[in-house]
Design a protein around this ligand. Structure first.
Ligand SMILES: Cc1cc2nc3c(=O)[nH]c(=O)nc-3n(C[C@H](O)[C@H](O)[C@H](O)COP(=O)(O)OP(=O)(O)OC[C@H]3O[C@@H](n4cnc5c(N)ncnc54)[C@H](O)[C@@H]3O)c2cc1C
Length: 317
């Protein structure tokens, strides 16, 4: 799939300092390593560059933001419009503000935040040591593990809206719930003020080691995956429902439900996004048939199907 070049539609584009690529394949920017191109991929130099770009971009052109791609399934037909990715260079700073607060760029990988919090002697961030995404994605997804969620650390978020204006949101404005934020979908988070708890560094290091050991034992962390595929429905574990529906190890094309942790989908052998989504919808349909429960995707699916390869939710059940 090749899209028309959008650059001529953006006035005064020469003033933009970040990297602009046309029909840029996105597969290598995601953990699954699948998916088609972005019509235009923009990696802003910094927050001011991001704002300037959005001010110039005609309103009818859709915009999507991606982080480190650890929770994304980009469809094979690619993504029309603009895809924005915050580079670690422009958005990768972690600053100690005072004894309990860190200012963190949205391009900072979660693991680097955990390490910076250790350096600053702040606890409450060790869970990030095991999550392979970035802080922008963590703010959107309310990423969490081991009983702690991002919302517990957030004090104030800075963002740029579709009109290119800077917006500040208090933690309550983020409307957090399980793996979800109610913040306006056009907001691109650029940085966040986070609060930790002063703690002995050896204790923090022990917490981080425990997180790493748990991951190694329980999750296929070196595979091409998108993390937990489905949200846990109220009162249920998604993996137990998937297992009970007989889907552990289910394979279509190069995509498979992990034998190790059956709420993980894997690209085991040159899977396409179509293979992965088809396995996911087959799982949903079988869980619905065996338990009556409608699993909800935690992984964000973005972009277009290739014509003739459309997949219906629950396979149309
Ligand atoms: C092996 C593995 C283990 C995982 N374990 C966990 C876990 O324990 N707990 C957990 O919560 N998650 C887990 N995940 C899922 C994933 O790592 C998290 O959801 C992570 O926070 C996503 O961050 P990302 O940068 O990769 O975002 P992406 O996957 O790139 O994007 C996710 C969503 O965030 C949005 N987004 C990204 N950046 C921004 C921004 N700057 N502004 C606004 N929106 C933005 C995107 O539009 C998209 O909707 C795991 C994933 C893998 C592959």
């Amino acid at each position: 799939m090749t899209f028309p070049d959008l650059r001529p539609e953006i006035p005064d584009i020469e003033a933009i300092r970040g990297a602009i690529d046309v029909n840029r394949p996105l597969a290598d920017l995601t953990w699954f390593r699948v998916g088609g191109p972005a019509q235009l991929l923009f990696q802003p130099a910094d927050e001011a560059d991001l704002a300037a770009f959005l001010q110039r971009l005609p309103q009818e052109i859709p915009v999507l933001v991606v982080g480190l791609g650890s929770n994304l399934l980009i469809r094979d037909g690619g993504v029309p419009g603009v895809v924005i990715r915050l580079s670690p260079r422009g958005f990768g700073g972690v600053e100690t503000v005072d004894a309990t607060h860190l200012k963190v760029g949205a391009g900072v990988p979660d693991k680097r935040l955990a390490a910076a919090a250790l350096d600053a002697g702040l606890s409450g961030f060790a869970f990030y040591h095991g999550i392979p995404g970035g802080i922008g994605g963590a703010l959107k997804m309310n990423a969490g593990a081991h009983g702690i969620e991002t919302c517990q650390r957030v004090v104030e978020v800075r963002a740029v809206n579709r009109a290119g204006e800077i917006v500040r949101l208090a933690a309550d404005d983020m409307g957090y719930s399980y793996r979800h934020s109610e913040a306006a979908p056009d907001l691109i988070f650029t940085s966040v003020l986070m609060e930790g708890i002063p703690e002995d560094k050896d204790a923090i290091r022990r917490d981080m080691d425990a997180v790493a050991a748990h991951r190694e034992a329980a999750q296929p962390i070196r595979s091409r995956t998108g993390g937990s595929t489905f949200k846990n429905p109220d009162g249920h574990s998604a993996w137990k429902l998937v297992d009970a529906a007989g889907c552990r190890g289910l394979r279509i094309g190069g995509a498979e439900v992990s034998e190790m942790h059956c709420n993980f989908l894997l690209n085991v052998d040159n899977a396409t996004a179509h293979d992965l989504e088809l396995v996911g919808e087959t799982v949903r349909a079988r869980v619905l048939a065996t338990s009556g429960i409608r699993l909800e995707w935690e992984i964000k699916r973005l972009g277009l199907f290739v014509e003739g390869q459309e997949i219906k939710e629950f396979l149309g059940a």
